[in-house]
Structure formats: C-alpha cells, structure tokens
Design a protein around this ligand. Structure first.
Ligand code: ATP
Ligand code: MG
Length: 414
C-alpha cells in the first residue's frame, strides 16, 4: 500500500467542518478589516524566496523543497510562506500605483522540510494578511487587531501576544556590533551554521534552534535597548494604540522572528497547552522587502497564522467541533420499483436545494430506517407498493414524531 508522504496530513470529512468554520471566520474578519483575497502560485522561482525570505534563514538554507524544472532548467521551489509571492504579484501587476494602503489576505498551503511533530508538518496551512503603503503605527495596530479578532471570534483562550521591536537599518548597526561582540566571545561553542551567520547575519543567531546556540542567545543584547528615536517613537505609539484598543500584550525581547526582512514591530501569539510548537501566529513589519524585490521602497506589515496549530489549541481547550451536516430527509424504500422511485424523488428534491438521501447499497427497510436515524435525518418517508400506487406518502418528522401526508411528485420540504 502506498502511504502519504511523511509530514503531510489528510483531513477527512468528519474534520473538515472544523477547518471550514475556522477558515470562514478568517475570511469574514479579513473582509471586515478591508482585506481582499489574493491567490498566488504554489511554486515560484527559488530566487524569489532566497531574496524575499533571506538566504541565511533556516527556511531557505534547510527547509525548502526545491527542484529543477524539466524543460527550462531553472530552480523552482514550493512556497515556504506567502509574503514573498504577494510582494512579487503586487509588483508584477503594477499595484504600487493603486491608492494606498493595499490590503491582501490569503489562505494557503506552505511547504517546509522540517522534522514532523505535533504542530509541525511539511505541508501546512496558513491564514496570512499583508498591508502595504502605511508606515504609521496605526497599521501595525490594525494588523494585530485583525489577528486578535480572529482568535476572539474563534473563542481561542490562553493566548499571549508577545511584542517587540527589532528597529530599522539605523539602529541595526549598533545592535549588530553588540551581537558580534557577544557571540564572538563564545564563537567556539556555536553550531557551524551560526559560525558563518556571525559574519553574514548575526541577527539570525537569535533564533537558531540548536540547544546550545539557543541558550547562549538568551543572554544576548536586546534590540529594544538599541532603538533609534524614530523606532522608539513608533513602538511607543503602537503600545498606546493597543492599550486604547484593549489588546493586551507582553513586551518580549526574545521575539526576533525567523525571516530576514523584518523591521521595527515583530510579534507572536503564543498558546498555552499545545506543546513546544506553540506560536499560532507570527508577524511583523517589513519595510525593506518591497525594495529588496525590485519595487520602489514601500512600508509593509503582515502576519501568518498556522491553521493546524489553531486547531490544536482549540482542541486542547475542548471546543465542541462542528458536525458534518445532517440530511433534511431520508427516503426509505421497500422493493425494486420503490427504490427507483426513491432515487427519482431524491433527485427532484435535491434540485430544490435540499440535502436528501436514499438507499444506494440495498439495505433492508429496517436497516434503512436505522441508518436514517444514525445520520440524523430531520424527516423520513417510506415508499412501498401502496405509496407508488397512490403517489402519496407520509412525511415523518423525526423530532416530533408527527407525520403529514404529501404528494410524491410535488411536495417540498417544510
Ligand atoms: P516556528 O518558529 O514555529 O518554526 P516560524 O517562525 O518558522 O515558526 P512563520 O514563518 O512565521 O513560522 O509562519 C507563521 C506561522 O505558521 C507560525 O507561527 C506557525 O503557526 C505556522 N507554521 C510555521 N511552520 C509550520 C510547520 N512546519 N507546520 C505547521 N505550522 C507551521
Ligand atoms: Mg520555522
């Protein structure tokens, strides 16, 4: 038997109602905050992610699914995230000349070659939103408010918003040398990747997953202590806005985010009780990315939510899962003629938009009634010789145990 690829998931029909419920809350909230849905390809030129995510990040260095396209001999990657593609698309379609801000959301699958575990798979699903063309802290607050609002509508409890600022190019210089001094002093203890990062991109040492680097990183200098006056003012404005909106947060200098393009605001929503992979949403400002990908400089901020982790968190708090829909009517039939009539009437009613079922597997009448009960049909109707003759039958309301006589060829469901 062929099995699914390690780190992928199947979602069967008894679970999809939960996915649909979550996704519809996400779509609904995105709409209320003025975000339009964008759909981009599942794969892109590898270079887009090398430039857009950063070629010293774990995602690009270790986790991308990359292959050479058959005929064109160029490198292609399955998307590991959504932001780079959104920026590429908006540049490719000239959206930079549209009225600002630009607001997009997406529900996508992403691919990363990581060690599969609870809350971490190789194909996973994200809800993401991106806002372009607004540099003030109100844009940051709006994004955080959208994410919180999704969580609130889902009834997800036990979440903490961790907030930090990693500054801009101006504050980066001083911070960078502080990091190089700090990590350089312990160079020999670092993993090989981080030894290289120390020269190329010391900020990446802060989110290395290797236990030793990770524990060294805990004592590292904090970005928040190196902010320039503008970045400091931006961060203060953001916290004032969040206070005004009643959105609670903790300032957490350990949040630096795994991708290269972030500037200023970075944040994560972290859930209790779902184990080590507890970040259900991560985001931040990335004012340098659009320019990096060839556009005119344009401020931007976004986030991505891991749908599988949202589900883990909802289940950990014991939410009641939405059930698959039950049919309005089950038509039971006795004998071959009646079965044929049942199939025809079922089709007629389905054309009126009703969810109706009848037997397809040759169950006995008794077994059909048992099955109708099991699938929770609101009404049942039994067809036998008499009913076929008179073209009338009794429609039984399963809840109230009442019945009304109906005309087989014209009745509709109440
Ligand atoms: P992590 O630190 O957990 O690896 P990340 O910083 O790599 O997360 P992002 O790139 O910010 O993650 O992706 C946004 C969100 O997508 C994460 O907060 C998480 O909820 C989800 N996510 C990321 N990678 C995976 C994965 N391999 N499996 C399931 N969900 C994931
Ligand atoms: Mg990761």
């Amino acid at each position: 038997m062929i099995q699914k690829i390690k780190g992928t998931i199947d979602v069967l029909p008894d679970e999809t109602p939960l996915y649909r419920m979550i996704e519809s809350v996400m779509r609904e909230e995105a709409k209320n905050y003025g975000f339009g849905e964008i759909r981009t390809p599942t794969f892109e030129n590898t270079e887009l992610f090398e430039r857009g995510v950063g070629d010293t990040t774990d995602v690009v260095q270790k986790e991308m699914y990359t292959f050479v396209d058959r005929d064109e001999n160029r490198r292609i990657s399955l998307r590991p995230e959504g932001t780079a593609s959104v920026v590429r698309a908006l540049l490719e379609h000239g959206c930079q000349s549209d009225p600002m801000p630009l607001k997009y959301f997406y529900l996508i699958n992403c691919f990363r070659h990581e060690a599969p575990q609870a809350g971490r798979s190789r194909e996973f699903f994200q809800f993401g939103a991106e806002l372009f063309g607004a540099e003030g802290a109100a844009a940051d607050a709006t994004m955080i408010a959208l994410a919180s609002s999704v969580f609130r509508r889902l009834g997800l409890k036990g979440l903490t918003l961790h907030l930090n600022s990693i500054g801009c190019k101006n504050c980066r210089g001083g911070y960078r040398s502080a990091l190089v001094d700090y990590f350089g002093a312990r160079r020999e203890e670092l993993c090989d990747t981080c030894k290289t990062r120390l020269e190329k991109n010391p900020l990446r040492l802060l989110d290395c997953k290797s236990p030793i680097c990770n524990s060294i990183a805990k004592g590292a200098p904090k970005t928040i202590d190196f902010l320039c006056p503008d970045c400091k003012a931006h961060f203060d404005a953001l916290t004032r806005l969040l206070d005004g909106m009643g959105i609670r947060y903790v300032i957490d200098p350990a949040i630096v985010r795994g991708l290269d393009y972030y500037t200023r605001t970075v944040f994560e929503f972290i859930a209790d009780g779902i184990g080590a992979q507890s970040t259900v949403c991560g985001g931040g400002r990335y004012d340098g990315l659009v320019e990096e990908l060839g556009g005119a400089p344009m401020p931007a901020i976004g986030f991505a939510m891991g749908i599988t982790r949202v589900i883990l968190a909802l289940r950990a708090q014991g939410i009641e899962e939405p059930k698959p829909a039950a049919p309005r009517l089950y038509i039971a039939a006795l004998g071959e003629k009646a079965s044929e009539a049942a199939a025809v009437i079922t089709e007629r009613l389905r054309q009126t938009g009703a969810f109706v079922e009848c037997d397809l597997v040759g169950r006995s009448l008794k077994a059909q009634m048992k099955y109708a009960n099991k699938i929770g049909a609101d009404y049942t109707l039994i067809l036998g010789d008499n009913e076929l003759e008179s073209r009338r039958a009794f429609l039984r309301d399963m809840k109230n145990s009442t019945q009304t006589e109906v005309e087989l060829d014209t009745f509709t469901l109440p």
